[in-house]
Design a protein around this ligand. Structure first.
Ligand SMILES: Nc1nc2c(ncn2[C@@H]2O[C@H](COP(=O)(O)OP(=O)(O)OP(=O)(O)O)[C@@H](O)[C@H]2O)c(=O)[nH]1
Ligand SMILES: [Mg+2]
Ligand SMILES: [Zn+2]
Ligand SMILES: [Zn+2]
Length: 438
């Protein structure tokens, strides 16, 4: 059965149980009058006082299982796999589903597929917003092609922001502005429909659809345990977490950059250790810890802005080239090579303190290195992308790993160990990244 997670309040529900909202259409009314807008108290309470009262008047909500008057609304299958139901008051059918808990409307095809929530965390200025914009672009283009995948924005709000992100970064070559903190109004998540070809042995050549929810928080909101509290439902519902670490905010890296480096250095914000520690505490409090105390949600820890590290890495480093996706499968050996490389680098920067803490807190962990832009922003125009546009490196790796763990993508080589949760492989001794926990 399709299980849907509300992208606004993160309530999980079987798709069949989601209520409907009447569209108040004047045509096709049977018998009585068309429905009129009424105060949706559930939704009004959820979105809070910032929204003007007039907007809180909405079409009536009715249960999928049983109508308001106790009648069971007639449900009609809809072409695309969704369904419509007839409003018990006016008799006109509606396709609009709403969340049971908060009454937010879902985009039209959101409920036809399982939901995967990917949480994006990292200190202020670590590159989260730039990363999302570039990641979406790569999933549509280069990476999407290799896996036969397609990615489409769902709902008017994501479609608008998706267009804006692409125009800003790729047409105008403008970097995203700092994300506004939740205190100034909660930022809606980005909702995408990811379609992947069904594996052949599952018969047929159809597609499997997944609703991907990306949530790009403001760095300020992750700077303290209290601020992160706002995100607790979201973090607890996450199927995977991508934690971005800005190397240019690490003292050891700043000290090691060549003297003549013209790199503009960012302000040093919350240390990644603190974010990881607060995150683990949140998840444990929400029941995501195992009996041995480690958190079970998989965490991809990605060092960003690797374009700025050329002086610190070997010219043959796997960090300097993209993974090969030509087999249409996630290359497990390549992931392990990157994990080991990153582990060695971190070891030199902070004697492995961050990794040791992460390993204590998280049972499923893998290190990544990526660059969204491929080179630093121009020194004279720090709000701009490089002249050549983003030339990303390895931005897709963390997400592909998480999707692979969830069984959504095939894995190549090392498949035996990747399919399970074993450690080992090249460079074993250190944690290879994925480790099961009883
Ligand atoms: N060298 C380099 N710099 C980058 C890259 N991506 C982002 N940056 C720099 O990092 C700055 C912050 O990036 P954002 O994407 O806004 O960071 P954020 O994590 O969303 O920040 P908040 O929204 O304030 O939490 C950008 O303005 C760039 O200067 C990259 O791939 N390489
Ligand atoms: Mg941001
Ligand atoms: Zn909800
Ligand atoms: Zn009605």
């Amino acid at each position: 059965m399709t299980s849907v997670v509300c992208p606004y309040c993160f309530d999980r529900s079987p798709a069949a149980k989601l209520p409907y909202r009447c569209q108040m259409s004047p045509t096709g009314v049977r018998g009585g009058k068309p429905c009129t807008a009424e105060l949706d108290t559930v939704w009004a309470e959820f979105i809070g006082p910032a929204v003007p009262p007039a907007l809180k008047m909405r079409g009536p909500v009715f249960e999928a299982a049983r109508g308001l008057g106790g009648r069971i609304p007639r449900q009609l299958p809809l072409g695309g796999g969704g369904s419509r139901a007839e409003c018990p008051d006016c008799g006109v059918s509606t396709p609009v589903r709403v969340c049971r808990r908060c009454h937010s409307d879902f985009p039209s095809d959101y409920c036809d597929q399982d939901t995967r929530i990917i949480a994006l965390l990292g200190p202020k200025g670590s590159g989260k917003s730039t990363y999302v914009s570039v990641l979406v672009n790569e999933l549509r283009g280069r990476v999407g092609r290799a896996y036969g995948a397609s990615l489409t924005p769902m709902g008017g709000e994501t479609q608008r922001r998706d267009r804006e992100m692409a125009e800003d970064l790729y047409d105008r070559l403008r970097l995203p502005e700092a994300t506004r903190p939740a205190a100034l109004g909660f930022n809606d998540p980005l909702l995408y429909r990811l379609s992947l070809p069904l594996r052949r042995r599952l018969r047929g050549d159809g597609s499997r659809h997944t609703a991907l929810v990306f949530f790009d928080a403001a760095g300020e909101d992750l700077g303290s345990a209290e601020a992160m509290d706002r995100y607790t439902h979201y973090l607890a519902a996450a199927d995977g977490i991508i934690l971005l670490v800005d190397p240019l905010q690490m003292r050891a890296v700043r000290d090691r950059l060549p003297e003549d480096s013209e790199l503009p250095l960012p302000v040093v914000e919350t240390p990644p250790q603190q974010i990881a520690g607060d995150l683990a505490a949140q998840l444990r409090a929400r029941g995501r810890g195992s009996s041995r105390g480690r958190v079970t949600t998989p965490v991809a820890v990605a060092v960003t802005k690797t374009d700025s590290l050329s002086a610190l890495v070997d010219p043959h480093s796997p960090l300097l080239r993209n993974a090969d996706h030509s087999a249409g499968a996630v290359d497990e050996e390549d992931r392990l090579a990157v994990h080991e490389e990153m582990r060695a680098l971190l070891d030199g920067w902070d004697s492995g303190a961050l990794l040791r803490q992460l390993e204590r807190d998280f049972a499923q962990l893998s290190l990544f290195g990526l660059s969204a832009l491929g080179s630093p922003p121009p020194a004279h125009a720090p709000a701009d992308a490089p002249k050549s546009g983003p030339q990303p490196l390895r931005v897709e790796d963390p997400l592909l790993w998480l999707l692979g763990l969830g069984g959504l993508l095939p894995q190549a080589s090392g498949a035996a160990r990747a399919g399970g949760r074993g450690t080992g492989g090249p460079g074993a001794g250190g944690r290879a990244g994925v480790e099961g926990e009883a």
